[in-house]
Design a protein around this ligand. Sequence first.
Ligand code: SF4
Ligand code: SF4
Length: 415
Amino acid sequence: MGKCCGNSDVTIDPTDPCHPPQVSCGSKGGSASQAATCPLTWFERMIPNCLEYAKDAKAKGRRIVGIMCEYTPRELIMAAGAIPVCLCGGSAETIGPAEEHLPANLCPLIKSTYGYHVQKANPLLEMADMIVAETTCDGKKKMYELMAQTRPMHVLELPQKPDDADAMAHWVSELRKLKARLEQAFNVTITDETIRKAIGTMNRERSLRRRLAGLMKADHPPLTGRQLLQYKSSISGICADFAQYEKALEMYAAKPPATNSKVRVLMTGVPMAHGAERVLDLIESHGGLVVATDNCTGLKPILEDVDEAASDPIVAMAEKYFRLPCSVMTKNTRRFDVLRDMAREYKAQCVVDLIWQACLTYDVESFFVKQLAEKELGLPYLRIETDYSPSDSARIALRVEALFETVGQRACGQA
Ligand code: SF4
Ligand code: SF4
């Protein structure tokens, strides 16, 4: 970590990766001063900011570790002095090249990520000294075997029956194996103290992002779901990002409440990697406001923190991460507890379940999500199965409009 993380007596060093990079602003035409003052503009430049941060860190001898799933504890990588970087692909452009090795009938997230690998098109992946993967869905697991032919990789074996008595012990032993691998590969010693420091940094990041997400509970939230989705970074623990999260919280607290009559949507299902936000955009451009997203690019990974005071920080990390309610688990009952709470807290008027084509686990689980939404919560439910191609956007927009009409009719009936 850079010097400014959790340390008040900071000496600003312009070459310190914690010192915000001086960027010229704006994919959307802003100025450099706007980027420095407007948090949204800062996060619009998330990819160039991350690249600059990673290049700078690499030049100083720090290692880069690629991750592709929220079960991977970033804290352990940070405790090894390395930088965890999310490599999930959200681009349709890398899918064609991926299909030269992978079946077409595979989830676009896996194909896009792999396409970046074969094309060597993601500079963050090209900088990575190691990839940490995990046994989640079959497609990912097998894709990792192909990727591991040319890249150093460590695979965590994720137990998939979360209620089994011995599952946690196995997961803890997997994290201990990862610790040993990082120590050996990077010639470092990971201590309880360095892990606790990393836990503190990640807890702070989760807390800031949770507070921003909490703004959506208001009757008239000060930001859109798309804007909220933008407040995150492919690299965790960047102090400049933390400063921008703080600034955003201040900015929204000072913003006069706006009124709107948008339909409040709870989104669930698959993650929306950077660049794959099309369905959320369609929802919000057709009268909806996504007030909560229970997925791995939304609230799911930031719902809970790691216990900083635990006597064994590896066990504490294992406990937090193992509670992540992903559809690869059987049974995945915690997902439904989370959805119940979110629907109530965020005053959802309907549920949209996003499924990437060929994502079998989320697809099958949609049966239970529909049941929960319609029968238990009494909310209209829409399942959208799609991929990264915009070819079905018009059809999706029509279905979203029909969903909102149903919500409107119900509201009239109750009035
Ligand atoms: S949805 Fe499941 S497999 Fe995908 S990133 Fe989240 S935890 Fe990992
Ligand atoms: S969206 Fe589904 S198929 Fe794709 S990587 Fe995640 S769990 Fe696997």
